[in-house]
Design a protein around this ligand. Structure first.
Ligand code: C2E
Ligand code: MG
Ligand code: MG
Ligand code: MG
Length: 290
């Protein structure tokens, strides 16, 4: 009978499920190993003010650097990390590193703006999130107004009243909040106006669609909604000059994308800041921080 039971189990746990489970376990082990050996690294992608052509800030993006120097993109491990809860530890590592790096660039007179760090759903709903952020800011000596957090519609829509509460606490500290990947989730306009946001990031998918009239109208609509809510608009994934020009006409304020720069390692980003400083003969300026 044991044999038939085994066969049943095999039937239930079919081949594709098996492969998926094995893959998941491999990624989970890789992440655990990576956390232990500090294989996680933070890259930075500059954001450009369309009106002035100048740097306004950057987004911190996690990378897994293998011992051989290979680079693993977050798309392949963030979903697993989110499932296993490892994202909480990864998120803490990224936040601490980003604050440390930015504090150094500020001290070196290379930068004055904000760094945006992505927060996962599980991180955002941690009961001690604000305390954890306070601790990291204190430890790294980065003033809170140099920090921006990016959250998605999915994260805030899990429990909007609680999300609003957490967002208010973060805003009270001078931290800015951006809604990431806007338009891909399912947040309602009724909620959007209640969320204490500063920035709305238009997802790359909409920028890609701007080669059609329909796509341009869509971006126009999103920008209008954002401006009616007094939010700054950042377009993600801008790769071409034509896209930049269309976004300028539609009064989008900031672009982020390969057109301006790919995400850079901390060393390369520091070089980017130095070149920028030479070009403009002064440190990077940003709109007044409060
Ligand atoms: P995201 O937050 O929407 O980040 C923007 C993504 O678009 C980044 O991918 C960036 O490299 C990519 N990108 C920017 N400009 C262009 C462009 O012009 N063309 C193309 N093709 N891509 C562009 P990346 O770094 O692979 O990150 C993917 C996602 O992983 C992020 O999307 C974010 O959701 C997540 N992620 C990254 N780092 C972290 C992190 O530290 N914590 C959390 N929770 N999630 C993170
Ligand atoms: Mg983001
Ligand atoms: Mg995004
Ligand atoms: Mg995205």
């Amino acid at each position: 009978h044991a044999k038939s039971q085994g066969a049943n189990r095999y039937l239930f746990f079919n081949d594709s499920m098996n492969k998926l489970a094995v893959k998941r376990l491999q990624v989970e082990n890789l992440i655990r190993h990576g956390l232990k050996e500090s294989y996680f690294s933070v890259y930075y992608q500059p954001k450009m003010d369309i009106a002035t052509g100048r740097l306004t800030g950057m987004e911190a993006l996690v990378r897994f650097i293998t011992p051989k120097g290979g680079l693993i993109s977050p798309a392949s491990f963030i979903p697993v990390a989110e499932e296993t809860g490892q994202i909480i530890e990864i998120g803490e590592v990224v936040l601490r590193q980003a604050c440390k790096d930015v504090k150094r660039w500020i001290d070196q007179d290379l930068f004055q703006g904000r760094v945006a760090v992505n927060l996962s759903s599980r991180q955002f709903s941690l009961p001690f999130l604000c305390e954890q952020i306070d601790d990291i800011l204190q430890e790294t000596e980065l003033p809170s107004y140099h920090l921006e957090l990016e959250i998605t519609e999915g994260t805030v829509m899990q429990s909007p009243p609680q999300a609003i509460d957490t967002m208010k606490k973060l805003r009270a500290r001078g931290i800015h909040l951006a809604m990431d990947d806007f338009g891909t989730g399912y947040s309602s306009l009724a909620y959007l106006k209640q969320f204490p946001l500063n920035t709305l990031k238009i997802d790359k998918a909409f920028v890609d669609d701007m080669n059609t009239a329909r796509g341009r109208n869509m971006v126009d609509t999103i920008v209008t909604i954002a401006h009616n809510l007094s939010l700054t608009v950042v377009a993600e994934g801008v790769e071409q000059a034509e896209q930049l020009e269309m976004l300028r006409k539609l009064r989008c304020e900031v672009i982020q994308g390969y057109y301006y720069s790919k995400p850079l390692s901390a060393d390369d980003f520091a070089d980017f800041l130095r070149q920028h400083k030479i070009q403009h003969n002064k440190p990077v300026a940003v709109p007044v921080l409060s």
